[in-house]
Design a protein around this ligand. Structure first.
Ligand code: NAI
Ligand code: ISE
Length: 344
């Protein structure tokens, strides 16, 4: 059976996902697209063979009987309405991060999904599908490092566009660490603190950069993450887990060591698309298979909610200069890993 997918949002990552869902991965085809930028949606639809149908609005795409499952890649503030609409239609939905832009909106999605009685929502936290993170997790779960005590991370972008403003280092970039570190350590957070170093000359007036974010987990692990989004040299994701018995380093992306011009050098990637290209493929291939099996195996709406609550605490910590508790109720049994609910 080929899964017929409708995609809402045909911008940067939407176009990437459309190509992989239609032309690269196995068992799926993109039959419908929608974007408020209609000419862009039409152009993207025409690139496919056969061409996808262009819908005037996302809600009509969701309810169309020819669409089996939905991928939401529109701007963050629009995610809540499209995910809620997909739940109301009883259709599986893959939503790019963030699940929604406020904790309240994420909770609305969690509550709607629980009320529907079926898990339908997966959030696009693709780092869980990255081979290097999976190898690092293996070292933690097989006990090779002993109990983890500290984690040192960096999330560095060479630059960010004009629309990236305010606290987006925390609300747009850092959520990847929020999710992947919970998954890596099988732990939850209890507090957040944000320390602002001196500002780089490469940033704009309206954007603070870099940030140092400190998290404490339930098990007492201390995490520090540097989020530096105008580091001119490249896109660079680092993670080092310090355990009682050893230290695990996130493997560097593979690249040839060059001996040239009196230097030994490795190439450094320049953007997230290349760094995580394989992870997006694995993420969506596994999503296609889980939808067909009628379950959700990836990051859930609860994980999306947790990320949002944590990001809010970090924003508060940044502006207050205080250590802010991260308070979230117990995970509902609906989202227990063993409680896989049929999607259709
Ligand atoms: P983008 O701005 O390139 O594309 C977003 C598209 O959504 C635009 O074409 C816009 O016209 C469309 N759109 C906005 N409101 C809409 C509405 N109401 N209905 C239909 N279409 C609408 O943005 P980009 O970079 O593709 O990001 C999209 C989402 O993906 C964001 O939530 C972002 O955080 C996430 N993202 C995730 C990444 C990852 O590594 N997992 C990487 C980049 C983005
Ligand atoms: C962007 O939105 C992403 O999601 C990328 O994966 C991340 O690395 C980048 O910092 C964000 O701006």
């Amino acid at each position: 059976m080929t899964l017929k997918i409708g995609v809402i949002g045909t911008g940067a990552i939407g176009q990437e996902h459309i190509q992989r869902l239609h032309n690269k991965l196995v068992g799926s085809t993109v039959v419908a697209v929608n974007d408020i930028n209609k000419s862009q949606a039409e152009e993207v639809a025409q690139r496919l063979t056969p061409a996808a149908k262009v819908f005037e609005n996302g809600h009509d795409l969701i309810t169309d009987p020819n669409v089996d499952a939905i991928v939401v890649t529109s701007w963050g503030p629009t995610h809540e309405e499209f995910v809620l609409s997909s739940i109301a239609a009883g259709k599986p939905v893959f939503c790019e991060k963030p699940l929604a832009t406020t904790a309240e909106a994420c909770l609305n999605i969690v509550n709607a999904e629980i009320a529907s009685g079926r898990q339908l929502v997966q959030v696009g936290f693709m780092r869980r599908y990255d081979k290097s993170y999976r190898l690092l997790k293996e070292q933690i779960t097989n006990g090779n490092l002993g109990q983890p005590m500290m984690v040192h991370c960096a999330h560095r972008n060479p630059s960010v566009p004009e629309v990236y403003a305010g606290d987006m280092a925390i609300t747009d970039s850092f959520p990847h660490e929020i999710d992947v570190l919970r998954w890596l350590l099988d732990d939850d957070y209890v507090s957040a603190q944000v320390i602002m170093p001196r500002k780089t000359k490469h940033t704009r007036k309206d954007l603070d950069d870099p940030h140092m974010i400190l998290l404490e987990t339930k098990k007492g692990i201390r995490i520090d993450v540097e989020v530096f989004v105008n580091c001119p040299y490249g896109y660079d994701i680092q993670c080092q887990v310090v355990g009682e018995d050893g230290i695990g380093y996130l493997p560097e992306p593979m690249s040839v060591l060059l001996r040239k011009d009196a230097k030994l050098s490795h190439e450094i990637l320049q953007d997230w698309k290349l760094r995580f290209i394989d992870s997006y493929d694995v993420e969506l291939q596994e999503w296609i298979e889980s939808v067909k099996a009628g379950v959700v195996r990836g990051p859930t709406a609860w994980d999306g909610y947790f990320a949002s609550v944590t990001a809010d605490a970090c924003v508060e910590a940044k502006h207050s200069g205080k250590i802010v508790p991260i308070q979230i109720g117990e995970r509902p049994s609906f989202y227990a890993p063993t409680a896989l609910k049929p999607a259709a």
